[in-house]
Design a protein around this ligand. Structure first.
Ligand SMILES: Cc1ncc(COP(=O)(O)O)c(C=O)c1O
Length: 382
């Protein structure tokens, strides 16, 4: 029998799933990175209606012009003048990422990626033959990258830097000054900026700070409706750039990945834009209340320090139990009835942390925090 391709052999299963596979049904799960909401009812209706109306065919590769135009216009305040040519629909943010890395990274070139990270970035860069270089996003800097760390990694083979704000797994966001410093770094080294902003509509206390509108020539936006409209299972997202030359490449590559996105679903998302535009803010309000709750509870526990994030639906506290690493702590918490992810699943800089996704009710958060406190107390002997 023939052997497998090296790129398949090289890629490792994600550490995030490991805890899930061990969890029983009765655990309180802070594991899942998806909203516990359903998509807006009008979108579900529109999806069904679109199928009945015969929208069950291929669309153009880039997707329905009306939806692409609507998406482009939704960014008008930051980058005026874009239209359907600036958007390519994909089957999720995951699909968008692979497309963009395929389009921008040659074998032998490298990409700067955040660490702790969304676990797909590095393997994706590896699949297209590129090298991943991880820049640290540390607790002491509120998980915001430091320019000196970026400067230490960049060289003549660096083609792109990926930024992810609000961040998975840390929930970190940036202010305008920080954004501008990160932008200036990329400009200085003539890098593509791949900005993964899939949590752009889940922000608390203020406006989302985007890279859109900062440098039309080099900014590529990755976005998705998974979090915006709680459609994780639908698999729909998009790539957007003011750079039309780049959009031509992404659209060409998209043809060879999925030919196009899902016809009926695109009609449903168009309806969600028109009729459920406040849905993300309703979710964000609930996530903010949960965030306040979980951060307060965590900070009451000895050995735990937690920043209060301003976006997404994760907290990434520092958790200290002498003699134990994050995976061992997470395993003990699991035995005590709480599922969370060890920080090390998001790269070496995540060691010493745990990730809690607050995608469960406030009541379950309370119960989960009680159990977390009890387990940590027993482990630490406080
Ligand atoms: C930072 C980040 N980017 C991209 C994605 C991909 O989202 P999807 O493929 O569901 O659109 C996720 C999903 O959790 C994420 O957290």
């Amino acid at each position: 029998m023939r052997d497998f391709a090296q790129r398949a052999l090289d890629i490792q299963p994600t550490g995030v799933r490991k805890m899930f596979d061990m969890a029983g049904d009765d655990v309180i799960s802070f594991g899942l990175g998806e909203p516990d909401f359903q998509p807006p009812e009008v979108a579900i209706e529109a999806f069904a209606q679109a199928m009945r109306d015969g929208h069950n065919k291929y669309t153009t590769t880039a997707g329905l012009p009306a939806l692409r135009k609507k998406i482009a216009e939704s960014w008008d305040a930051l980058e005026p003048g874009m239209d359907e040519r600036n958007v390519c629909m994909t089957m999720s943010g995951t699909n968008a990422l692979l497309n963009v890395f395929s389009s921008l990274v040659d074998p032998g070139k490298n990409v700067l990626l955040p660490e702790p990270y969304f676990p797909l970035y590095g393997p994706d860069v590896g699949l297209v033959g590129g090298e991943s270089r991880y820049y640290p996003c540390l607790f002491e800097h509120e998980f915001v990258p430091q320019i000196a760390d970026l400067e230490a990694l960049v060289d003549e083979n660096t083609v792109a830097i990926l930024y992810n704000f609000p961040s998975n797994p840390t929930g970190a966001t940036i202010n305008i000054e920080q954004r501008d410093a990160l932008l200036a770094f990329a400009q200085k080294h003539d890098l593509w900026i791949i900005s993964d902003e899939v949590y752009d509509r889940i922000v608390f206390d203020g406006e989302h700070v985007s890279f859109v509108g900062t440098d039309s020539a080099r900014v590529v936006l990755i976005n998705s409706f998974s979090k915006t409209f709680a459609m994780t299972g639908w698999r729909i997202g998009y790539i957007m750039s003011a750079n039309l030359e780049a959009m031509k490449q992404f659209t060409k590559i998209q043809y060879y990945i999925t030919a196009c996105s899902n016809d009926a679903m695109q009609h449903a998302v168009l309806t969600a834009f028109d009729e459920a535009s406040d849905y993300p803010s309703i979710m964000a309000e609930e996530f903010k209340a949960r965030c306040d709750l979980i951060v307060d509870r965590l900070n009451e526990m000895p050995g735990v320090q937690c920043h209060k994030p301003k976006g997404a639906f994760y907290v990434f506290p520092k958790v200290e139990v002498p003699g134990m690493n994050s995976e061992e702590i997470a395993l003990e918490l699991l035995k005590g009835g709480v599922l969370c992810s060890p920080g090390s699943a998001f790269g070496a800089s995540g060691e010493g942390h745990l990730r809690f996704a607050y995608t469960i009710s406030r009541k379950d958060i309370e119960r989960g925090m009680e159990k977390t406190a009890a387990t940590l107390k027993a482990l630490r002997g406080d």
